[in-house]
Design a binder for this molecule. Structure first.
Ligand code: ARG
Length: 462
C-alpha cells in the first residue's frame, strides 16, 4: 500500500508500524470537523485564485460523497491510511482525481488536526455546558418545592444545624454554575483558528486565514503558528473542567448514596434508576450514583495522562501529541452520559421530608440557637453562653430528648437569665429561619437564591 508520504522511502512500512502509528481507529470521531475544515480551506484557496471554481466544485461534490459514505458505514477505514486526514483526502482523490490532490496546498496535517480537534473541543464545551444548565434547572425545580423541608445540616458528617433541603440542593447549583462558567470561558479563550499555520511556520502561499476562521465559526486567527500547532491547552482545559465537574457530581452522588440508605432514608431513587442484587432479593442498590462517583476516576486519569504527554515536549508538533485524543473522547463521553443519567435520577427520585425531619430531631441541632439566644437576649458573652448551652445539651441527653424539646423550666434551672421565649428559639424551623444573613439557609434567603439561579439560567446564552 503506497503511503501519501512515501516519496522518499524505498521500503514499505511494516504492518507493526501501521498498527502502532495509526490514529485512524479513534480520530474518526473528528470526521465532521475534518470535512468542514477541508471545505473551508478549499473555498479560501479558490477565493485566492489557488484553485479554480471547477476544482472547488469537484472538491465539494467529492466531499459530500465521502461524508455520505462515512455516515452510511461504507467508508473504508484502513489502518494503513494512518489517520482520518489522509484517509479522507485519499478517498476524495479516488473520487475526483487531480483536484483532490490540490486540497492540501498551504496546509499540513499539523494545522489540520489542531483545527479539527480544537473545534471538536469547543463544540463539546458548549454541549456539556448545555447539559449542566439542564441539571441546574432540575436542582432548582426540586429546591423550589423544599424551601421549608428541614434536614440536618452537617459538618464532619455529624449533625450541626438545621437547614432546608432546597438550600442543600442549591449548594450544588452553585458548583454546577461555576462549572458552566469554566466551560464558557475556556470556549472564549480558545476560540482561535489554527488553520493556515501549516506545518509550523506558516506558508508562502497567499492565503486568507481570516476567511477560513470565519467559515469555521472561530472568533479570530491564532497569533503565533509555532505555538498554535503545538498547543493542546484547550484539550487540557476541557479535561480539567470535566474533572472538576465530575468531582462535584461525585460529591452529590455520595450524598445520594448515603441518603438512600436505611440509616438516612432521606430519598428513594426510582426503580428505573436503581438495580437489584443477583443474590439478595430484597436489595435496591444505588448503582447510578456509585458509578458516577467511580467514573470520576477515569476522567482524572485522562487529565493526568495528557498533562504528562505534553510535559517537556519541544516545539512544534511531535507525534506524542497524537495521544491527546482518546482520553478527551472518553472523558467527553463520560461527561455526556453522566450528566444525562444524574439529571434523570434526580428528576425521578422521591424525597422523604418526614425522615429528614425525624433526623433533624436528633443531635440537638438548635444548640447554637440557645447560645445565640443567651448572647442576644440575656447579654451573656458568647464563650459563657457556649458553656451554659453545653450544660443544657447534657441535661437533654439525660432526659433522652432533643434540645428542641426541652422545657423552659429545665433551662431556667440551668441559668436564671433565660426567659420564657427561649423554647420558641429552639424550634428547628425557627432555628433554620433565623439564619437570615446573606447566603443563609432561612427560607426567605433560600427563595432569593432560587431567583438568583433562575435569572442565571434565563440570561445564560450558550
Ligand atoms: N494523526 C496525527 C495526530 O493525530 C495527525 C498529525 C500528524 N502530523 C504529522 N506530521 N505526523 O496528531
Amino acid at each position: 500500500m503506497e503511503k501519501m508520504w512515501s516519496g522518499r522511502f524505498s521500503a514499505q512500512a511494516s504492518s507493526l508500524l501501521d498498527q502502532f502509528n495509526a490514529s485512524i481507529l479513534f480520530d474518526r470521531e473528528l470526521y465532521r470537523e475534518d470535512i468542514e475544515g477541508s471545505l473551508a480551506h478549499a473555498a479560501m484557496l479558490q477565493k485566492q485564485g489557488i484553485l479554480t471554481t471547477d476544482e472547488l466544485d469537484a472538491i465539494r461534490r467529492g466531499m459530500a460523497q465521502v461524508e455520505a459514505e462515512i455516515e452510511n458505514g461504507t467508508f473504508e477505514w484502513k489502518i494503513s491510511d494512518e489517520d482520518l486526514h489522509m484517509a479522507i483526502e485519499k478517498r476524495l482523490t479516488e473520487l475526483i482525481g487531480d483536484a483532490g490532490k490540490k486540497l492540501h496546498t498551504a496546509r499540513s496535517r499539523n494545522d489540520q488536526v489542531a483545527t479539527d480537534f480544537r473545534r471538536y473541543v469547543l463544540r463539546k464545551d458548549r454541549e456539556i455546558a448545555f447539559q449542566l444548565k439542564q441539571l441546574i434547572e432540575t436542582l432548582v425545580a426540586i429546591a423550589s418545592k423544599h424551601t421549608e423541608t428541614l434536614l440536618p445540616g452537617m459538618t464532619h458528617l455529624q449533625h450541626a444545624q438545621p437547614i432546608n433541603f432546597g438550600f442543600h440542593l442549591l449548594a450544588y447549583a452553585g458548583m454546577f454554575k461555576r462549572d458552566i462558567e469554566r466551560f464558557v470561558s475556556s470556549r472564549e479563550r480558545n476560540n482561535v483558528s489554527p488553520l493556515g499555520c501549516a506545518a509550523l511556520a506558516g506558508t508562502p502561499h497567499d492565503i486568507d486565514r481570516e476567511f477560513t476562521a470565519r467559515e469555521l465559526g472561530f472568533d479570530s486567527v491564532s497569533i503565533n503558528c509555532l505555538d498554535t500547532v503545538s498547543d493542546r491547552d484547550f484539550a487540557l482545559e476541557i479535561l480539567f473542567n470535566i474533572s472538576t465537574m465530575m468531582m462535584h457530581i461525585s460529591r452529590l452522588s455520595e450524598e445520594l448514596i448515603l441518603w438512600s440508605s436505611y440509616e438516612f432514608g432521606f430519598i428513594e431513587l426510582s426503580d428505573e434508576y436503581s438495580t437489584g442484587s443477583s443474590i439478595m432479593p430484597q436489595k435496591k442498590n444505588p448503582d447510578v450514583p456509585e458509578l458516577l462517583r467511580g467514573k470520576t476516576g477515569r476522567v482524572y486519569g485522562a487529565l493526568m495522562g495528557l498533562l504528562t504527554v505534553m510535559k517537556g515536549l519541544p516545539l512544534a508538533y511531535n507525534k506524542d501529541t497524537q495521544e491527546d485524543k482518546e482520553g478527551v473522547f472518553d472523558a467527553v463521553a463520560t461527561a455526556h452520559i453522566s450528566l444525562d443519567i444524574l439529571n434523570e435520577a434526580l428528576k425521578t427520585m422521591t424525597v422523604k421530608p418526614e425522615n429528614m425531619l425525624a433526623a433533624s430531631k436528633k443531635g440537638h441541632l438548635s444548640a447554637t440557637d440557645l447560645a445565640d439566644y443567651l448572647v442576644e437576649y440575656c447579654g451573656v458573652p458568647f464563650r459563657e453562653a457556649h458553656f451554659i448551652t453545653g450544660k443544657a445539651v447534657a441535661r437533654a441527653e439525660e432526659l433522652g430528648i432533643d434540645l428542641s424539646e426541652i422545657t423552659y423550666g429545665e433551662l431556667r434551672a440551668i441559668d436564671e437569665r433565660i426567659g420564657t421565649d427561649v423554647t420558641e428559639h429552639l424550634q428547628l424551623a425557627h432555628s433554620m429561619n433565623a439564619r437570615t444573613s446573606a447566603g443563609g439557609t432561612a427560607t426567605l434567603r433560600t427563595l432569593e437564591q432560587i431567583v438568583y439561579f433562575e435569572n442565571f439560567l434565563k440570561e445564560l446564552d450558550l
